[in-house]
Design a protein around this ligand. Structure first.
Ligand SMILES: [Ca+2]
Ligand SMILES: [Ca+2]
Length: 590
C-alpha cells in the first residue's frame, strides 16, 4: 500500500504591490520669478559679466572657453539680454539630479545600517529559493556560487522572481540606484540552491533536504528558507537538527496562512521561525501565529529586486516606481508631455500626452479608455488615498496604451511637473526592476542576513550564541514577552552586536562527534527503540541506557534495544568502546 504523501512547499509571498515607494523626490521648485540660464556671448570678456549685471542678473559661473556665463536672471533681464547683439544664445539651465537609491524601511528598521559590514565576506548565506537573477544591476556578481541545475533550470535565471526578491533584501548593492540590502557591500558570500522552477509553485520535502545538504556542502553558515508547508517530516527535522549541531543557523518563514498552524521547516526547534510585521511594527494579518514564532521582521510592502523591468514613470530625471495596471499594454518607454486629466471621467485633447488621472468615480478601465479616446499616449493613475495600489482593467479587458498606477504622494509631485516630458515604462521583459511584496518570505531574509552580518564580526561565535543574542535583544512587540505573533519581537542588528561584543568565543564544543538518533515503538506491547548513529569509525560501540552500559556491539551504525512490556522514559547515549568519546543523548518516552 503506497504511503507517499505529497509534502508540498509553497513560496510564501503574495505577489501584490500595495505599497510603492518613490525612488526619488525632486527638489522643490525655485521661485519662478527668477530663473537660471546660460548665456553665450560673441566673445569672452569681462564686459559679459557686466552686461549681465547691467540687465539685472547675477552671474553664477563663467566659462571663458565656452564664452558662456551662467546666471540668475529675472524675466526683465532675460528680455534685455535677448535683445543684446553680443549675445549668441540663451539656454535655460536644466536641472540635474543625483542618481538615487531608496533605502527600504525594513533595512533601517532592523538596524542593518548601524552595523559595520567590512568583514561580511567571512560569512556565507545559502538561499534556497527560485534562483538568482545574476544580471540584475543591483545584485552582486562576485562572491556568488550556486548548486548545479538539478531539474529546476539555471540557478542564475529566476523567472519567478521570488528568489531574486529575497536575495535583494539580503544583499542588494549599496550604490547609486535601486535599493540596498542588509549587507550592501557585495562581500557577503551567497550560495544559491534553486528548488523552485519556472512554475514557481512547490517542491518536495526531500528536495528541501537535498537543498539543505547542498548548503552544508557549500559550507554555508546561514540558510534562508522563504518557504514552507503544513505537513511535518521526521526526516527533514532530523536534517535540520543535525545542521544545527554542525553549527549552521537555519531561518524560515512562519507562513502566510493567517492562522495558528505550524509551518515547516520554520516550526522545527532547530530552525528560527520568522513572522512578518509592517512599517508601523504591526503584526501582518497573514503571518501565522504559533508557539514556534521566534523573531519578527519587516514583511509588508518590502521593496526589493525583481528580474523584470516593471513599471515606472520618469519626469525631470526622477523615476517613480509604479505598478502596471493589469491588462494594459506593455511599453519599454512611452514619452509625451505630462498633462493633468483630473478624474479622467471624460476625454480631453490629449494627443501624444502622458495623462495623469486621479483614482475615483469610474473604473480604471473607463479612465484608460477615455485617455485613449483623447489621443493620450499613456495613463498614470494616482491613488486617492495615501500609498500605492494594484489596479486591473478587469477580466478580459485590455488597452492599446500603457497604464500604470502610482501612490497619491507621487501623483501630487507629478501634478507639479505638468507640461514637462514624462516617460512611462510598463514591461514584464527581463531586466533590473524593483517591486514591493508582502509575505513572511520577505521577513525571513532580514533575519538571515542580520544573523550573518553580526556573526561576521566574530566567526568564532556559534550559531547558538547568535540565536540567543537575536532573541535577547529583539524589540518586544505586542503582549509583554514572547508571544505567538511576534516571538521575542523585532530583530535588531545593532543591539544584538552590542550584546555579543565583549563575548569571547566559547571553548570548542564538547567532544560530541557522534550524532545519535532514536525512534521508539511497540510490538505487541513490547517497547523497542531503534538507535542509529553517525560520526564514529571505532570498531565497537558501547550502548548506554539511563547512564549505564547496556551492551557493546560492532559499529554497524545501528542497534535495536528491546525493553519489554510496560512504559517509561529512557535516555540513550552511545560511546566508542573504552573511551569517553560519546554521542548526544536521546530520550524516548513511551
Ligand atoms: Ca542599490
Ligand atoms: Ca511580545
Amino acid at each position: 500500500m503506497p504511503t507517499y504523501r505529497r509534502n508540498g512547499f509553497a513560496l510564501l509571498a503574495s505577489i501584490l504591490l500595495p505599497v510603492l515607494a518613490a525612488a526619488q523626490t525632486p527638489p522643490a521648485s525655485p521661485s519662478q520669478a527668477e530663473g537660471r540660464y546660460m548665456v553665450q556671448f560673441r566673445q569672452a570678456g569681462a564686459a559679459d559679466a557686466a552686461a549681465i549685471r547691467a540687465a539685472g542678473g547675477t552671474p553664477v559661473h563663467q566659462f571663458p572657453d565656452l564664452s558662456v556665463i551662467a546666471a540668475r536672471l529675472p524675466a526683465a533681464a532675460l528680455a534685455a539680454l535677448r535683445a543684446n547683439p553680443n549675445v549668441v544664445a540663451i539656454e535655460e539651465d536644466p536641472r540635474r539630479y543625483p542618481s538615487a537609491q531608496t533605502v527600504p524601511y525594513g533595512i533601517t528598521m532592523v538596524q542593518a545600517r548601524e552595523v559595520g559590514d567590512t568583514s561580511a565576506g567571512n560569512r556565507k548565506v545559502c538561499v534556497i529559493d527560485s534562483g538568482y537573477y545574476m544580471a540584475h544591476a543591483d545584485l552582486q556578481g562576485a562572491n556568488v556560487t550556486a548548486s548545479p541545475n538539478s531539474g529546476t533550470g539555471d540557478p542564475y535565471v529566476d523567472r519567478c522572481g521570488h528568489g531574486t526578491h529575497v536575495a535583494g533584501t539580503i544583499a542588494a548593492l549599496n550604490n547609486s540606484e535601486g535599493v540596498v540590502g542588509v549587507v550592501g557591500n557585495g562581500a557577503l558570500q551567497l550560495h544559491i540552491v534553486k528548488v523552485f522552477g519556472d512554475s514557481c509553485s512547490w517542491t518536495y520535502s526531500s528536495d528541501l533536504i537535498a537543498a539543505a545538504t547542498a548548503c552544508e556542502g557549500a559550507n554555508a553558515n546561514v540558510i534562508n528558507m522563504s518557504l514552507g508547508g503544513g505537513v511535518r517530516s521526521r526526516f527533514e527535522e532530523q536534517k535540520f537538527d543535525a545542521l544545527y549541531r554542525a553549527g549552521v543557523l537555519s531561518v524560515a518563514a512562519a507562513g502566510n496562512g493567517g492562522n495558528t498552524q505550524h509551518h515547516y521547516p520554520a516550526s522545527y526547534s532547530s530552525v528560527i521561525s520568522v513572522a512578518a510585521i509592517d512599517s508601523g511594527k504591526n503584526h501582518a494579518s497573514f503571518s501565522q501565529r504559533t508557539s514556534q514564532v521566534e523573531l519578527a521582521a519587516p514583511g509588508v510592502g518590502v521593496l526589493s529586486t525583481v528580474p523584470w523591468v516593471g513599471a515606472s514613470v520618469t519626469v525631470d530625471g526622477a523615476t517613480y516606481l509604479a505598478a502596471g495596471i493589469e491588462g494594459a499594454a506593455q511599453t519599454a518607454g512611452t514619452t509625451g508631455p505630462l498633462v493633468d486629466g483630473g478624474l479622467c471621467t471624460s476625454s480631453g485633447r490629449w494627443s501624444g500626452a502622458v495623462v495623469l488621472c486621479e483614482r475615483g468615480s469610474i473604473s480604471f478601465s473607463e479612465k484608460v479608455q477615455n485617455v485613449q479616446a483623447g489621443g493620450g499616449a499613456a495613463a498614470v493613475i494616482y491613488n486617492n488615498v495615501s500609498g500605492g495600489f494594484a489596479g486591473t482593467l478587469g477580466s478580459g479587458n485590455s488597452s492599446a496604451i500603457p497604464a500604470i498606477s502610482v501612490s497619491r504622494e507621487d501623483g501630487l509631485i507629478l501634478l507639479g511637473s505638468t507640461g514637462t516630458s514624462a516617460t512611462v515604462v510598463n514591461s514584464t521583459a527581463e531586466g533590473s526592476g524593483y517591486e514591493a511584496w508582502d509575505g513572511t518570505s520577505m521577513a525571513t531574509p532580514h533575519v538571515a542576513a542580520v544573523a550573518a552580518l553580526i556573526w561576521s564580526h566574530n566567526p568564532g561565535w556559534t550559531n547558538a550564541m547568535i540565536r540567543e543574542a537575536l532573541q535577547n535583544t529583539a524589540e518586544d512587540l505586542g503582549p509583554a514577552g514572547r508571544d505567538t505573533s511576534f516571538g521575542f519581537g523585532l530583530i535588531r542588528a545593532k543591539a544584538a552586536l552590542d550584546y555579543l561584543s565583549g563575548s569571547t568565543p566559547p571553548p570548542p564544543p564538547p567532544s560530541d562527534p557522534i550524532a545519535l538518533q532514536g525512534r521508539g515503538y511497540k510490538v505487541k506491547g513490547v517497547q523497542k527503540v531503534d538507535l542509529s548513529w553517525t560520526g564514529s569509525s571505532a570498531a565497537d560501540i558501547d550502548v548506554r541506557r539511563n547512564g549505564a552500559s547496556l551492551t557493546t556491539v560492532p559499529n554497524t551504525g545501528s542497534h535495536t534495544d528491546t525493553i519489554g512490556k510496560g512504559g517509561g522514559s529512557y535516555t540513550y547515549q552511545v560511546c566508542e568502546a573504552g573511551t569517553t568519546v560519546c554521542s548526544n543523548t536521546v530520550t524516548i518516552t513511551f
